[in-house]
Design a protein around this ligand. Sequence first.
Ligand code: NAP
Ligand code: MG
Length: 481
Amino acid sequence: MPHFKNYIAGEWVDSSSGETMENRNPADTDDVIGTFPAATKADVERAIDAANEALPGWANMPPPARGAILDKASAILDARQDELARALTREEGKTFAEAKGEVLRARDIFKYYAGEGWRMGGQVLPSNITGELLYTRREALGVIALVTPWNFPIAIPVWKMAPALIYGNTVVFKPASLVPYSAVLLVEALVEAGLPKGVVNLVTGSGRTVGDTLVGSKRIAGVSFTGSVSVGMGIYEKAMKNLTRVQLEMGGKNPTIVLKDADISKAVNIAVAGGFGLTGQACTATSRVIVEEGAADAFAAALTEAARNLKVGNGLESGVQMGPAVSEDQLQTDLDYVAVGQQEGAKLLAGGEQAGANGGYYVQPTVFDHVEPQMRIAQEEIFGPVIGIIRARNLDDALEKANGIGFGLSASIVTNDLQQAFQFANRIEAGVVKINEPTTGLALQAPFGGFKNSSANTFKEQGQAAIEFYTRTKTVYVGHG
Ligand code: NAP
Ligand code: MG
């Protein structure tokens, strides 16, 4: 069985305890991908040492030179797109097409931030004193801890790492324990691109040991976390004790509103892409469809048919439209919520059961109708292919239902009515708003982040907004009169 290592201070190393964790393919649990180090607290400290030592050299390198390395990383991902996508499907379960999209996204993010090396800079401000130059300077924040989830094992680390690196920070990267293989392949690409030793360090191991040590360290300047609300809240509390800068992007319970003027087949396509794409395992996945009464029966019937026709299977097989749940735990969570929905009195229209027989964590695309806004299946993040239809009287009622929840990540509406679409954009409580598009899918050049409990609401990710988290600003007064 292949064994993989951590990358600390420019070397591939085992856990100092020698302990390992095993990783399997969720589409075929007999397929063992390999073993990975279960790092110790001491390993994490060594990684933080290495990142601190590498910091001055990296931060003082001209930004375009840092950009050239990111550009090279982008080219490597491009050249290896099929290989990486296959590895990603094998590890996480999403379909090959979804995995390929993710790898290409990562390639483009590196390219985008490589260009930032030529653009980043401060401001020159007018001075109120004769003979004074007043300007700001953007500096690297320091050593950044990246703690990432399993659902986008390449794209999320890259959308954190690329801005961290271009702005001169060094990194300790702790991937989710379900996806260490993607992390190793990503770091290999960066090493090959010529990243100096210590600039990126990879430490695999449990959240409890590796994650906790990182976020509690006084020598970490910033923590960028994506994952669940409960873990994120614990990280926030811990990091705040050291006044460590924190960015958290967390869960969602994202609604698509369908108004009665909507084209039903278009609305169904949008709900299927948002709710069943990526097996519903996206933070921006559609989990509630709030339908105006006049369209609800037709929409429910059409969505049921679409759910039943979706081909579920191993994401590496052609024609498969939805891969397995990522793990046995996640599969069980999905099935548990189906039972909860039935107990609560929602009407199961499609799916609800384990799918396939070939040793993977497959679950059927599931549709509930007559979901009430206060039901648990309407309030709690499931993170699986489960859509609940909620009926609404009109846009006001739909907005009240959409907003009556602790999350605020992404939301969409399907309508041709311009006035109602803009009403929605203005009144919905979500950081990402889509009109006639699924709740999933983000532009890498645009700011991204949720509202309410979906985020720490501190700093946005992606695009040029990322500079705010990954730099500190110095104001310089030059008296030359
Ligand atoms: P998770 O359980 O919160 O884990 C996220 C990361 O935190 C993992 O690397 C995990 O390590 C680590 N961790 C766990 N306990 C920790 C601790 N006590 N201290 C420090 N780190 C700790 O989330 P997940 O199950 O991987 O991902 C699913 C969640 O991510 C969903 O809630 C989803 O909505 C959210 N998500 C949000 C976004 C967004 O941008 N808003 C995007 C994607 C996913 P281990 O793997 O070793 O436990
Ligand atoms: Mg988890």
